[in-house]
Design a protein around this ligand. Structure first.
Ligand code: PLP
Ligand code: TYF
Length: 394
């Protein structure tokens, strides 16, 4: 069976990391994979995470199995952080999953096994490439809606709404809760309202992938679109990740959270438990336990929020510095959008040739679609990048 297998195409983002490692130049800059780094280039373990791990080490008396849904305190804490006060917890059901990717996968499993048989999943053009990889792997009908306007580097809201006007009842519309990956361009509050109205009118179900809560405008502001949809629509699927905002990437902490009619929530929970059982039985626990420990302790929570806020503000400062440098070097407002984008990423609008040239001439590594990870920069490398962009891009 194993002879003659065809090697799958590599993940372009992960392949870029490998290419960067193999580049012998000292003055190289990695703006590829979406991992936060300090100005010194370190991806730190957050203070509250260290403290929570110590507490778990001290206090944990067993590593026996948890329930199929994972630790209920984790689901409760994270659901509260995402949904705020406006949603009756009696309307929710949730399972811990291996990372946000696991939550995305389980959400699609839920749709495939229990949604309308021919439901189409609508994704933004462009979206996180793993969305497409998983949907293709699962052979689920997929369509794209317009999202990013290459000319302005903003959201093409009118195009988006025109495309979403074609969704059928029972279709799933995948939206990024905040900090859109890969573009960095996000819906305004008014745009979210228009999307909510349209989905309600069409009878479609929103699925929100929220992997960067706290990286954009703050924990509450970044969840505002998700909260609006949960308040306005009868049903919402939410795939959340703790990889970035808790900095626990390798621990694989995610959550699939659903909001439905309260009378259905108990059955939804049993279906979600069964999906975990059919796929991997019990979800990972160490990452979720860290998160539950932090969210359940006022001091740890405050310290975590303070460090997350520092992280967010450092990325915003780099955005402003880069936009300013580019304003001066190009003598134009062409790159002002970089300061308006939010999260780790911005799509620059450079061609694949220009991206390759910046890699070859300057040792600057960004993804082929010209997505750059802002957190890969520091105050010293911003001018290097600005010079490369100004010299390379038409
Ligand atoms: N969704 C989006 C849009 C992402 O960018 C990521 C990656 O960080 C994820 C989901 C899932 O991340 P993880 O599986 O590492 O939690
Ligand atoms: O987009 C990114 O860079 C992050 C990390 O297969 C990532 O979301 C990249 C590729 C991948 C899984 C996660």
């Amino acid at each position: 069976m194993l002879s003659g297998l065809k090697a799958p195409a590599p993940d372009k983002i992960l392949a870029l990391t490998q290419m960067f490692r193999e580049d012998p130049r000292d003055a190289k800059i990695d703006l590829g994979v979406g991992v936060y780094r300090t100005p010194e280039g370190v991806t730190p373990v957050m203070r509250a995470v260290k403290a929570a791990e110590k507490r778990i080490w001290d206090e944990q008396t067993t590593k026996s199995y948890t329930g199929l849904a994972g630790d209920p305190a984790y689901a409760r804490g994270l659901a509260g952080m995402i949904l705020g006060e406006g949603i009756d917890p009696g309307r929710t059901a949730a399972i811990a999953t291996p990372g946000g990717t696991g939550a995305v996968r389980q959400a699609f499993e839920l749709v495939k096994a229990h949604g309308r048989a021919d439901a189409t999943v609508w994704v933004s053009d462009p979206t996180w490439p793993n969305h497409i990889t998983i949907l293709r792997h699962m052979e689920m009908p997929t369509r794209t809606y317009r999202y990013f306007d290459d000319a302005t580097c903003k959201v093409d809201v009118e195009g988006m709404l025109a495309d979403l006007a074609e969704v059928a009842e029972g279709d799933i519309v995948l939206l990024h809760g905040c900090c859109h990956n890969p573009t960095g361009a996000n819906l305004t509050a008014a745009d979210w309202t228009r999307v909510a109205d349209l989905l309600a009118e069409r009878g479609a179900t929103p699925m929100i992938d929220i992997a960067y809560q706290g990286f954009g405008d703050g924990l509450d502001a970044d969840a505002a679109g998700t909260r609006l949809l949960a308040e306005r629509l009868p049903e919402v699927l939410i795939a959340a990740s703790c990889s970035k905002n808790f900095g626990i990437y390798r621990e694989r902490a995610g959550l699939l959270l659903t909001v439905s009619d309260a009378s259905e929530a108990g059955t939804v929970q049993l279906v979600l438990n069964a999906l975990n059982r059919a796929n991997y039985s019990f979800p990972p626990d160490h990452g979720p336990r860290i998160v539950a420990t932090i969210l359940g302790d006022a001091d740890l929570r405050a310290d975590w929020q303070a460090e997350l806020e520092e992280t967010r503000l450092s990325m915003l400062a780099l955005r402003r510095q880069l936009a300013d440098e580019l304003r001066q070097r190009t003598n134009s407002s062409r790159y002002d959008f970089i300061a308006d984008h939010r999260g780790m990423f911005s799509r620059l609008g450079a061609s694949p040739d220009e991206v390759a040239k910046m890699r070859e001439d300057f040792g600057i590594y960004m993804v082929g679609d010209s997505r750059l990870n802002i957190a890969g920069l520091n105050a010293d490398t911003v001018p290097v990048l600005a010079r490369a962009i100004a010299q390379t891009c038409a």
